[in-house]
Design a protein around this ligand. Structure first.
Ligand code: NDP
Length: 314
């Protein structure tokens, strides 16, 4: 379609956004992608990515994202290193959606939302210091580096339980630090943790510091919240698993979000409840949260957008 209304705006530049861009561009939707404040998304803060197919020797997160951006641009995606500040989404079939980038107003028939989620951290200075040197928020991404070693998992929810059981298969020992006297995780997940012999759960314990040499983790400094006693555990990896925050503030009161703030999409598709608005990647997925699943859902979103635009022409 031609006029000054775009066919497809993509918000966010992780694997979901760039894959959506590649597919949308190849379908001639001439997508415009706004990267947001963290071009490349969460992967730009990781080191090695060994589980993305097509890279037999692994690839760094930043390089993977640069490659995806290059590929999206090869098919004439316009990539702007700018942040979308406001949206007004139409509720009508065939309606025009408004996007603001600062003072600039952009009109579009479809929007693919791939703004991702942000892992929560405790806020300790040491988390930053040892990031990439033993502190991680993703066991599936980084657990492999700690095979046969001892690690700590912080948190008592489903994420922590899942990360701990995953790590227990690779690591010599996993110590789970739960700040209260009980888990928040579901019973089934808790049972799995409690029945795994190389997982030790320390209730009423918090991580208060990290020690090591050359920015590599060697010890977790922990505090017993009941007694105030401070002790140290020798570990190589510390996994912070206290939840993620989906980046959905822009869409509050316009899109249906679940109780944790994730965008709700129709099962088996990227469609939100509004016509022409699609969501892909971690912003709508709190279960898998992998680069490859985000990329897959980006592809789905572009195909859904294309199908929607075709339906408007008929
Ligand atoms: P949750 O919010 O459910 O749990 C967060 C956990 O981290 C809680 O135990 C919380 O403790 C703890 N925590 C929070 N802040 C701190 C802190 N500063 N210091 C120490 N501990 C802290 O997050 P999850 O990511 O675990 O789960 C989010 C949602 O995703 C849930 O609905 C969950 O069911 C779902 N999920 C489902 C999975 C599955 O079905 N396979 C897998 C993963 C998640 P406290 O309880 O004291 O507040």
């Amino acid at each position: 379609m031609s006029d000054n209304i775009l066919d497809c705006v993509i918000i966010g530049s992780g694997p979901a956004g760039y894959t959506a861009a590649i597919y949308a561009a190849r379908a001639d939707l001439k997508p415009v992608l706004y990267t947001g404040l963290e071009p490349g998304g969460q992967l730009t803060t990781t080191t090695e990515v060994d589980n993305f197919p097509g890279y037999p020797d692994g690839v760094t997160g930043p390089k993977l994202m640069q490659d995806m951006e290059k590929q999206a641009k090869r098919f004439d995606t316009q990539v702007f290193h700018e942040t979308v500040t406001k949206v007004a989404l139409s509720t009508q079939n065939g309606g025009i959606h408004k996007i603001w980038v600062g003072d600039k107003e952009v009109l579009t028939r479809t929007v693919i939302i791939s703004t991702g989620a942000t892992a929560k951290y405790l806020g300790l200075e040491d988390e930053k210091k040892y990031s990439g040197g033993g502190v991680s928020a993703c066991a599936t991404c980084d657990g492999f580096f700690y095979r046969g070693k001892e690690v700590v998992v912080v948190g008592g929810g489903d994420t922590a339980a899942e990360e701990a059981t995953y790590l227990a298969k690779l690591c010599a020992k996993v110590t789970v630090l739960v700040r209260k006297g009980g888990f928040r995780a579901s019973k089934a997940m808790v049972n799995r943790v409690l029945n795994t012999s190389n997982i030790e759960v320390k209730f009423f314990h918090e991580l208060i510091g990290i020690e090591g040499e050359n920015n590599l983790v060697e010890r977790a400094v922990i505090r017993n919240n009941n007694t105030g006693e401070i002790t140290r555990i020798e570990v190589h990896g510390i996994f912070i698993a206290i939840g993620h925050k989906p980046n959905t503030e822009l869409f509050l009161h316009q899109l249906d979000l679940d109780e944790n703030g994730y965008i709700i999409t129709e099962k088996g598709s990227s469609r939100t409840q509004l016509p022409g608005i699609f969501a892909a990647g971690d912003v709508q997925d709190h279960v898998y949260r992998q680069a490859i699943t985000a990329a897959g859902s980006g592809c789905m979103a572009a195909m859904d957008a294309e199908k929607y635009l075709t339906s408007l022409e008929n």
